[in-house]
Design a protein around this ligand. Sequence first.
Ligand code: GDD
Ligand code: MG
Length: 197
Amino acid sequence: MSKFENAKAEIVSEKTLADQWTRLSTFEVDYTDSRGERHRLKREVYHRTPAACILLYDPKRETVVLVRQYRLPARLVGETSWMIEVPAGLLDGDQPEAAIRREAMEETGFRVRDVRFLFKAMTSPGSSTEVIHFFAAVIDTSDRVADGGGLAEEHEDIEVLEVRLPDAIVMIETGDICDAKTIMLLQWAALNVASLK
Ligand SMILES: Nc1nc2c(ncn2[C@@H]2O[C@H](COP(=O)(O)OP(=O)(O)O[C@H]3O[C@H](CO)[C@@H](O)[C@H](O)[C@@H]3O)[C@@H](O)[C@H]2O)c(=O)[nH]1
Ligand SMILES: [Mg+2]
């Protein structure tokens, strides 16, 4: 039996603090803790919309397709501003699989054939509603039908990289790759490379 069997949480108020690119709100929650004591908690939530990301793996060359782009928050914590990540994007109202096919094409120029859903994950559950759907697809050089690079009208400026999987794993250790969804997919690839054919 969990210690939270008798715990309870009831939202009593929500106030929007900012409502531009992403809504930020503050909540009051009446929380009855595991000892039966009641407290009023304050919690700020960043209402991120769902997203999807994908491991694109070429088994013949043992390479993964990664993208590099400007990420302001990375710079604010002292990381490089041009982060290396797996292709990813917001669902923008589409189903996760349709969205990741679209993003793979826009960002990398790869037309993916069979897409495998792996899992979904909340990326920062203490403060953000963000849920990312994780996918994998096997690709080869003939699947690259465009340059990628992102949408010019959204000022996306994306570099497409093809990196050998063992080198990408080393880049996690050196800190050259420090994006969580990318680390998760590369580690999944390292564990499951035999099933990617
Ligand atoms: N106007 C405006 N545009 C923004 C802002 N923030 C991002 N954008 C634009 O919104 C678009 C989002 O591109 P997507 O490819 O759909 O999303 P993403 O940024 O790659 O998101 C993925 O990575 C993020 C960082 O790891 C994840 O947070 C997200 O869930 C997803 O996985 C880009 O064109 C970007 O320039 C903003 O504050 N204002
Ligand atoms: Mg993107």
